[in-house]
Design a protein around this ligand. Structure first.
Ligand code: F6R
Length: 359
């Protein structure tokens, strides 16, 4: 039931702080130590490479997860689009461990990979929001996102739950491997800060609605840019905008602009820069300068400690590894209000289904 909300998507965006707290409650003890099945951790620890597999938004969540696993466990981690991996398996590590990210647990492309993985005798974990779903039944291990039902076709709270859950799992695995980085990563405190930060962003809806109507309602094209983890969020942000507002939106690695993409910039093309990482903030800002001088309408989503007076949206500071949990929220709301402003059916965009059970 969507209660007083006009669309499920807005309700689900608003639920994200609660989802963060629910994950803390389900998966962390009072001291903030993850409660994860030791048998699962033992199998993951034995792997020489982690393979994260997903489609669409779940693939985008995996891009963030790979960085969390590499940083907190030191295990090399690769991310694959399920429909690609299914038909072109790369040369494999000796001891792979597979992580399937799937909100619905029913995505046929992801299932195809799981079937092949099982045939080859490799261990797997499904991270899903739907208990008893197909992929949850078929993997060696299953863990639930506890995000509550996601009805809107555009995934929002499942993405942030997938990212936050992978952080918890990466910490658990890193601790099982005696990694100092993992022991020092105060995930409980950080997810608390994330929940508060998300609340501040969802409370600024009026501002996001007016930004959407001013900059995104007219143009046919829009670009999100960023580097590293911010690029991964740019991909997800662009997917949200294209799928519900039908703006041709793309996420680009900002360093790539001058290698071709910049030719697309016209007068008033919206370019939204995501800036949350110390090492790359200035580089992304200079890429934004390059598009400004070609007439683009530049907007920024920047972490507080890196912000400048004319930034469009300023995000509260959290651990930089968890910045996607905040930077994606304004992008979800910009997509929502662009779609709403065009009078579209936000929850049921054309040509799309909530779970994709054909390959
Ligand atoms: C986009 C979206 C899709 C799904 C994709 C995978 O908002 O929801 O891209 O993420 O179809 O679905 P699951 O996670 O159910 O496997």
């Amino acid at each position: 039931d969507k209660g007083t909300y006009p669309f499920y998507m807005l309700k689900e965006v608003d639920e994200q702080p609660v989802v963060m707290r629910k994950l803390v409650q389900e998966y962390l003890d009072d001291e903030g130590i993850p409660k994860i099945d030791p048998k699962l951790l033992a199998q993951m620890k034995a792997a020489d490479r982690l393979y994260i597999v997903g489609a669409g938004t779940s693939y985008h969540a995996g891009l963030i997860g790979a960085r969390l696993f590499e940083r907190l466990t030191g295990i090399s981690t690769q991310v694959f689009i399920s429909s690609e991996f299914a038909y072109e398996q790369p040369i494999m590590a000796a001891k792979p461990f597979f992580i399937f990210l799937t909100q619905s647990g029913e995505t046929a492309d992801s299932r195809e990979v799981l079937v092949n993985v099982k045939k080859q005798g490799w261990p797997s974990l499904t991270i899903t929001n739907v208990p008893k779903s197909t992929l949850s039944r078929e993997a060696s291990f299953t863990l639930l996102l506890h995000a509550g039902p996601e009805i809107s076709v555009a995934s929002t709270k499942a993405y942030t739950a997938q990212v936050a859950f992978q952080a918890i799992l990466a910490k658990a695995l890193g601790m099982a491997m005696n990694k100092e980085n993992a022991a020092n990563f105060d995930i409980k405190q950080q997810l608390g800060l994330v929940a508060i930060g998300m609340q501040a962003i969802v409370d600024s809806k009026d501002e996001l609605e007016s930004i959407a109507s001013r900059y995104l309602s007219q143009p046919r094209n829009a670009f999100y840019i960023g580097r590293g983890i911010d690029w991964s969020v740019a991909l997800e942000s662009a997917l949200k905008l294209k799928e519900i507002s039908y703006v041709q939106a793309e996420g680009f690695a900002s360093g790539e602009l001058k290698h071709g993409t910049i030719a697309l910039i016209e007068d008033k093309t919206p370019v939204i820069g995501i800036i949350t990482q110390d090492r790359t903030a200035n580089l992304t800002r200079s890429n934004l300068q390059e598009v400004v001088s070609r007439g683009a309408s530049v907007l920024t989503i920047a972490s507080k400690h890196l912000s400048q007076p004319d930034d469009t949206i300023v995000l509260p500071d959290v651990d930089p590894l968890l910045s996607p949990l905040l930077s994606v929220v304004p992008a979800q709301l910009l997509a929502y209000y662009t779609s709403l402003g065009k009078g579209l059916d936000v929850d049921k965009p054309r040509n799309l289904a909530k779970s994709v059970t054909v390959q």
